[in-house]
Design a binder for this molecule. Structure first.
Ligand code: TXA
Ligand code: MG
Length: 340
């Protein structure tokens, strides 16, 4: 084996990937949100490999991916009518539900927690792979811990190129992800439904189906273990600023500055303008961050997203990206101390 490789998806590739999972190996699979690093949920050896390859702290729980509610019920305790309604409305899709973990599921599947996150992805390649494999797969976003999540196969390839443990990693190419940011994480293991991580589905979307849903007043202080520390971060220091301030920097002609803007016309300079529609903006957000990061500027200035719940997830990810920088700086720089 020569290193991580992107694989065109056909029957033979899916069969090989399924065999890889069955023998305790890992496979990178596309989902509609971001690419995931998948291993069998019921195989502690495979789960261990996920943590090692990602460089993820062992206490940061994983999401178990299932084909639907029937498979989810086998992994958790306390699946109720509310879960049925949510699954009916939002699965397959970008909703992750947290319930109590069934004792039959290895503790490592949820970083030792008594709860387990479950989600049914809609991407046809993920579903074909899971159908062939016949068992749930645990899959965190396929980035190295702390870094920006991958939304196409090439992102994953560049993240794992040269990584010793990734020599035989196969990346199933499902094209660019349609949603582009991670799923909404909803905790249903407590007294009432609570959002731990904002995502493609908003608080309002969920409330329409199950009534009141609580969410932190300020994102970034949630209690999902992986959201407690900052991540989703490029290498370049990220600063979240108003458009007018960014324009002033660009007008000053500093060629060490890159800028990511939302809507409007692009000023001169190393700039990417994202669509002002939050759905389209989310789809292109991570590739834009990666693209600007690759130009190795000294500073990456990012426009503060507008107010409104439909921007919650994007705002959350950008805030974390900018916090990570201060953490890296205070830790002496270099390492990615985050834990996504
Ligand atoms: O869209 C997604 O959710 C993608 C795709 C691949 O499905 N996956 C993903 O996984 O984003 P990951 O591991 O990068 O993020 C999962 C988040 C983390 O913040 C983790 O802490 C939280 O979900 N989480 C998982 N299980 C949990 C649990 N039992 N209790 C609290 N938080 C949990
Ligand atoms: Mg992640």
């Amino acid at each position: 084996m020569t290193g991580p490789r992107i694989v065109r998806v056909d029957d033979a590739a899916l069969d090989a990937a399924s065999k890889q999972l069955a023998s305790g190996g890992l496979v990178v699979m596309p989902t509609e949100t971001v690419y995931g690093l998948a291993g069998s949920t019921r195989d502690p050896g495979a789960l261990e490999k996920i943590y090692t390859l990602k460089g993820r702290p062992g206490n940061n729980p994983l999401i178990a991916h299932v084909l639907g509610a029937d498979e989810a019920r086998g992994l958790v305790r306390g699946w109720n009518e509310c879960c049925d309604q949510l699954a009916e409305q939002f699965w397959p899709g970008p909703l992750t539900m947290i319930l109590r973990r069934d004792e039959s599921v290895p503790a490592l599947a949820s970083g030792g927690l008594e709860t387990l996150a479950v989600r049914s992805p809609s991407h046809p390649v993920a579903r074909s792979l899971m159908t062939r494999f016949g068992h749930p797969v645990s899959a965190p976003s396929a980035n190295r811990s702390g870094d920006v999540s991958p939304t196409c196969a090439e992102h994953v390839l560049s993240d794992y190129q040269g990584v010793e443990e990734a020599v035989d990693l196969r990346i199933l190419d499902g094209g660019p992800c349609d949603v582009g940011i991670e799923s909404t994480v909803l905790d249903l293991s407590g007294p009432g439904p609570r959002i731990l991580r904002p995502g493609a589905l908003s608080t309002e979307d969920l409330a329409e189906v199950i009534g009141k849903v609580s969410s932190p007043a300020h994102w970034g202080q949630g209690s999902s273990p992986g959201t407690a520390s900052s991540h989703y971060s490029p290498r370049t220091p990220v600063e979240l600023l108003d458009r007018t301030v960014i324009n002033q920097h660009l007008e000053a002609g500093d060629d060490q500055v890159a800028a990511l803007l939302i809507g409007g016309t692009a000023p001169a300079g190393n700039v990417i303008v994202l669509d002002p529609d939050p759905v389209i903006c989310a789809r292109n957000l991570y590739s834009a961050l990666r693209e600007l990061d690759a130009t190795t500027p000294n500073r990456l200035l990012v426009e503060l997203p507008p107010p409104g719940v439909q921007w919650d997830a994007i705002r959350d990810r950008l805030q974390r990206a900018s916090t990570q920088v201060s953490m890296r700086r205070s830790a002496g720089g270099g390492s990615s101390g985050g834990s996504s």
